[in-house]
Each structure stands twice: as structure tokens, then as C-alpha cells.
Design a protein around this ligand. Structure first.
Ligand SMILES: Cc1cc2nc3c(=O)[nH]c(=O)nc-3n(C[C@H](O)[C@H](O)[C@H](O)COP(=O)(O)O)c2cc1C
Length: 316
């Protein structure tokens, strides 16, 4: 086990987490991450019954600790949290909401609690709520994003300086250079989403994986910038949302246009035009669909080369 607080807290070999991803962080993906030495995280935005089944399946697929991601904005999150506490899942990773209400009783039930934050202020609030660790996620990240547009590079050292609990860096990390950079900024672990979509174990539609492989650095865009920013691959839907935003459409009108089911349409059904193809800026770096084990082994094995390269560049 690597010697840092994240590995010790979570009981994992490498400080590498797979971010919870709506629809696609299923048992196959999360268990593969656990078995490769990282920490897999199940999607919590699904029916309580299905999630309960998934938790049991995880226990058959791996004897390692795993997490469940629970976006607190979800009106059903309270019931999900209660079930997750009953089942004594190792780690609850909450996001999109205020962790103060839930952290204490989840910990009393024996869970470790991590909360995803996009700014120093939110990191401080999470630390004040008593979380065991925070995931600080920069604006490069795929999916929902913070409104202040703080990049991982700027966010991580400021969060690390502001709080005493360990910090996991997320957003724009895809290989061992990103891993080392995040650790250099003071994080004690990394969380990746986009890189794990392009893996054999991920259930995302083949069209989505191919879109990520075909991406460049400029392939993503933020929609809903002023109210509820979401980073997605540029497609017809993104264009339509941006057109409406530029024309000054109110938030309610945008929500009505987007409707429901867009994320599933993209991620599961492979609808590249009408679906919300959430992915991060690091998509441009992803060139091959690999197994989860290959991704994690490469992250770890290439790290020493990155470190010695830095020593050479600095002559230290
Ligand atoms: C398709 C997709 C779905 C996501 N869904 C969620 C989610 O349901 N809850 C959450 O907290 N984060 C979600 N995220 C964010 C990831 O957990 C992770 O923090 C992020 O992907 C890290 O940035 P990266 O995409 O640059 O690796 C999602 C990201 C993607 C790409």
C-alpha cells in the first residue's frame, strides 16, 4: 500500500479513484478498478432497489473497499443514503449539495465520507462538516461543473492549503503525468472519469467510446454556463443549447428544451446527436480503449519515468 492518507483511509493499494458516473459506473467498471488496486465507485443515481442489488454484486466481484456516489441534489438521495448506510458500504462520495446534513450519521454508521467540491469555499464547508476527505474537481472535468470555472491546476494547491483533510484531485487527469502533477500540487490521490469511459469494462455505448478516441483538446464545451454548467463533447445537442443560451433563453426554457433522458440517450443508447455526451477535456489524450487493469498499471508503472524526467529537467 502506498503511504499516504488516501490509501490508508480507503484501504487501497494505489491512490486512484474512478469517479461515480451516472448510468455507466456499474459494478463491472467499479469492481475492475477495485481489483486493479484503485477504488471503484458505483453510481448512486438509480433506484434504491437496483443500487442495493449492485452493492451485493460488488461484494461478490471484489473483496476490496468500494464507494457509492450520491449526488445530494437528487430528490431521492436521502433514501439512498439510508440504504447505503444500512448496507455498511465502505465509502459514501457525496456531490452536488451540502454534506453537513449527512456526514455525521453516515460516519456513525461506520462509513467514510468524501465530498466533491469545485472551490476552496466549498472545500472548507465540507471540512467543517467533518468529511474524511474531499475530491476537488477542476473545470476540465466531464459532467457537472462548478460555476466559478476554477481549473484543477489552480484549485488543488489552494484547497490543500486551506483544509487539513486529505484531497483527491479530479478533472483533466488521464495518465501518469497527470497523476504526478496532482500529487505535486499536494493532492494525495486522483479521481478520473473520462479515461475510465474508454475501457473494456465500461458499459458506455461503443459510439461514446469512439467519440472519445476521436476527440481533440477542443472537442468539449460547457453548456449551462451561468446556472448549471455541464462539460460535454460538442454535438448537435450542445450546439442547440448554446444557440439558445446566446439568444438569452431563461434557465427554465433551457431545462424544458433539454428535457429528461438525454444522458442515457448518449451514454447507453449511443445517440451522438440528441444525447448529452458528457466527457472532460482530457478526452483528447485518450487514444485507445484499454482494460481497467491496463489503465491503472500504466498510471503506476510510468510514474517513476515521469519523476526522473522532472529531476533531469531541473538537474536535481
Ligand atoms: C459521463 C460522466 C458522468 C458523470 N457523472 C457524475 C455523477 O453522477 N456524479 C458525480 O459526482 N460526478 C460525476 N461525474 C464526474 C466524475 O465523477 C469525475 O469527477 C470527473 O469525470 C473527473 O474529471 P475527468 O472527466 O476529467 O476525468 C461524471 C463524469 C462523466 C464524464
Amino acid at each position: 500500500m502506498a503511504k499516504n492518507r488516501i490509501c490508508e483511509l480507503l484501504g487501497i493499494k494505489y491512490p486512484i479513484l474512478q469517479g461515480g458516473m451516472v448510468w455507466i459506473s456499474t459494478t463491472e467498471l467499479a469492481a475492475a478498478v477495485c481489483n486493479a488496486g484503485g477504488m471503484g465507485v458505483l453510481r448512486g443515481s438509480q433506484s434504491k432497489e437496483q443500487l442495493a442489488e449492485d452493492i451485493e454484486t460488488m461484494r461478490e466481484l471484489t473483496d476490496k473497499s468500494f464507494g457509492v456516489n450520491i449526488p445530494l441534489i437528487d430528490p431521492l438521495s436521502q433514501g439512498v443514503l439510508e440504504m447505503v448506510a444500512d448496507k455498511k458500504v465502505d465509502v459514501a462520495i457525496t456531490s452536488a449539495g451540502n454534506p453537513a446534513k449527512f456526514t455525521g450519521w453516515l460516519q456513525e454508521a461506520g462509513l467514510k465520507v468524501m465530498h466533491v467540491v469545485p472551490s476552496v469555499r466549498m472545500a472548507q464547508k465540507a471540512a467543517d462538516a467533518g468529511v474524511n476527505a474531499v475530491v476537488a474537481e477542476g473545470y476540465e472535468a466531464g459532467g457537472h461543473n462548478g460555476v466559478d470555472e476554477i481549473t484543477t491546476m489552480a484549485l488543488i494547491p489552494q484547497v490543500v492549503d486551506a483544509i487539513d483533510v486529505p484531497v483527491v484531485a479530479a478533472g483533466g487527469l488521464g495518465d501518469s503525468r497527470g497523476l504526478i502533477a496532482a500529487l505535486a500540487l499536494g493532492a494525495e490521490g486522483v479521481q478520473m472519469g473520462t479515461r475510465f469511459i474508454a475501457t473494456k469494462e465500461c458499459v458506455a455505448h461503443q459510439n461514446v467510446k469512439e467519440s472519445i478516441l476521436a476527440s481533440s483538446d477542443t472537442s468539449t464545451v460547457i453548456t449551462g454556463r451561468s446556472h448549471a454548467p455541464v462539460r460535454m463533447l460538442k454535438n448537435k445537442l450542445a450546439e442547440q443549447i448554446l444557440e439558445r443560451e446566446h439568444a438569452g433563453a431563461p434557465h427554465e426554457e433551457l431545462l424544458e428544451f433539454i428535457g429528461s433522458g438525454r444522458t442515457k440517450a448518449a451514454l447507453i443508447e449511443g445517440n451522438l446527436d440528441e444525447g448529452s455526451l458528457m466527457a472532460g477535456q482530457i478526452a483528447g489524450l485518450v487514444r485507445e480503449v484499454k482494460s481497467v487493469k491496463e489503465v491503472i498499471d500504466e498510471l503506476v508503472n510510468d510514474a517513476s519515468g515521469v519523476l526522473s524526467g522532472i529531476s533531469e529537467k531541473l538537474d536535481i
